[in-house]
Design a binder for this molecule. Structure first.
Ligand code: GDP
Ligand code: MG
Length: 437
């Protein structure tokens, strides 16, 4: 894991007097290995290491920081830079409709992402229309119609007898007439890049004049995604990239490479199959996540979209203050069901992603967990440490689960609290470091 390697490196650097060629040699080597491990393109890694080295050696060590802390700051800043600094919004046309064209290989998540974008803009009060230009897979027409119905937006998917270029041109006209704000063109993909596909996309671009051409990349495809993105960019001059399946085991390094090698911004990331699993891409936050501090901000933002601000602030305070109780845990589980997959949320809690294996909680397991917590008294939920063997047996009986299951949950909960404590502490320190800059 990238973050583990980083943490080890930084521990080794602690207590050194100043940053010198000699004392960062090992750290740089570790960072290099960690990035390659995360599937970052070798060219990108070389450039990254060179830049970090140059910055590190050229910089005076701030009084308030150890060389190790200083080094983290530099790596953090460079990672953020590598991923594009700030979040890049969709470019909205001054004369509606804004036309967004999705492109990418088959199965990368174009149609799903089109639906997610539609849902997100609809939520912001915009009139959205989806156009289905995949006429090659019979099921595709059905898929986009169903998605449009699900999120409650207009759809133009006339079927398979009319050419994709014609569909997109018609869709633009229709969207004008209906005063649509955002028209999303969902195009066909292929298993591999081929000339016929590219030619079709080039023609769609010419006739539908999209304001945005977004390349949808499956984060799981690794380095191959970089080559594919380059081919699409050569023919279409992409305006941005959306990474899907970030909820998978994908290391995300290939993704990061696309940004660095193409120079095109990553605009969103997809983290699940549900329609609300789309987030704006924030390079600074992802850099922190890679560094092992957890993506606290995204977590809190996500929480806020489901509950009111007060509850979210409360949650943040509790996590930071290590006052997170069993009751909070249960409330979270139930809230999380509303937010999307449990795994994707847990990964955002500082230090959680590396421990996900041990946590062993997935969506299907939430029911027994809730049953066990329901069988606890309010006092036990607040202070799980009072739960002795007798109480464990009673809780097991009450919830219809085994004592082993109760034990496991309690253990997991304690581990989680420990981690929250450890990592919210580290995150806090880092904020101060940033202010010192
Ligand atoms: P298309 O061929 O590019 O239009 O791809 P689809 O939108 O049909 O998606 C292909 C598969 O990937 C479907 O099963 C989707 O549910 C799934 N998928 C898309 N985006 C995500 C994501 O962010 N996370 C996960 N886990 N699955 C996704
Ligand atoms: Mg599709």
């Amino acid at each position: 894991q990238l973050q583990n390697s980083f943490q080890k490196v930084f521990k080794d650097l602690r207590g050194q007097g100043k940053i010198s060629e000699a004392n960062i040699q090992e750290a740089l080597r570790e960072v290099r290995v960690a990035l390659l491990d995360a599937d970052v393109n070798i060219k990108v890694v070389r450039q990254f290491i060179a830049q970090v080295k140059e910055k590190a050696l050229g910089q005076e060590v701030l009084q308030s920081l150890t060389p190790g802390q200083q080094f983290i700051k530099i790596v953090d800043a460079e990672l953020t830079e590598l991923m594009g600094q700030t979040h890049t919004k969709l470019h909205l046309s001054s004369t509606p409709p804004t036309v967004v064209m999705m492109c990418g290989l088959q199965g990368s998540g174009k149609t799903t992402t089109a639906g997610k974008l539609a849902a997100s803009f609809k939520k912001q009060g915009r009139k959205v229309m989806l156009a289905g230009a995949d006429i090659y897979r019979p099921a595709a027409v059905e898929q986009i119609r169903a998605l449009a119905e699900q999120v409650g937006v207009d759809v133009y998917a006339p079927g398979t007898d009319i050419s994709p270029v014609e569909i997109c041109a018609q869709a633009r006209k229709l969207a004008m007439g209906k005063q649509i704000d955002l028209l999303i063109l969902d195009t066909a993909g292929r298993l591999h890049i081929d000339d016929a596909l590219m030619e079709e996309l080039v023609q769609i671009k010419a006739s539908a004049r999209p304001d945005e051409i977004l390349f949808v990349a499956d984060a799981m495809t690794g380095q191959e995604a970089v080559n594919v993105a380059q081919s699409f960019d050569e023919r279409l001059d992409l305006s941005g990239v959306i990474l899907t399946k970030m909820d998978s085991d994908a290391r995300g390094g290939a993704a990061l490479s696309i940004r660095a090698l193409l120079g095109k911004p990553i605009k969103y990331i997809g983290g699940g199959e549900k329609m609300d699993a789309l987030e704006p891409f924030h390079p600074d936050r992802v850099a922190s996540r890679i560094l092992g501090m957890g993506d606290m901000l995204t977590l809190i933002e996500k929480a806020e979209s489901v509950y009111d601000e007060k509850t979210a602030k409360n949650l943040e305070r509790k996590i930071r203050g290590n006052e997170f109780s069993m009751q909070d845990f249960k409330d979270q589980l139930l809230q999380i069901k509303k937010m999307g997959s449990l795994g994707s949320i847990m990964k955002m809690i500082p230090g959680m992603s590396s421990k996900m294996g041990d946590m062993d909680i997935d969506d299907s397991q939430y029911k027994p967990v809730v049953a066990i917590i329901d069988s606890m008294t309010p006092q036990e939920r607040e202070k799980p440490e009072i739960i002795n063997a007798n109480r464990r047996r009673r809780i097991a009986k009450g919830s219809g689960r085994t004592v082993q299951e109760v034990n496991r949950l309690l253990k997991q909960f304690q581990d989680m609290r420990k981690m929250m404590k450890q990592f919210s502490g580290a995150g806090g320190k880092n904020k101060k470091q940033q202010q010192a800059m």
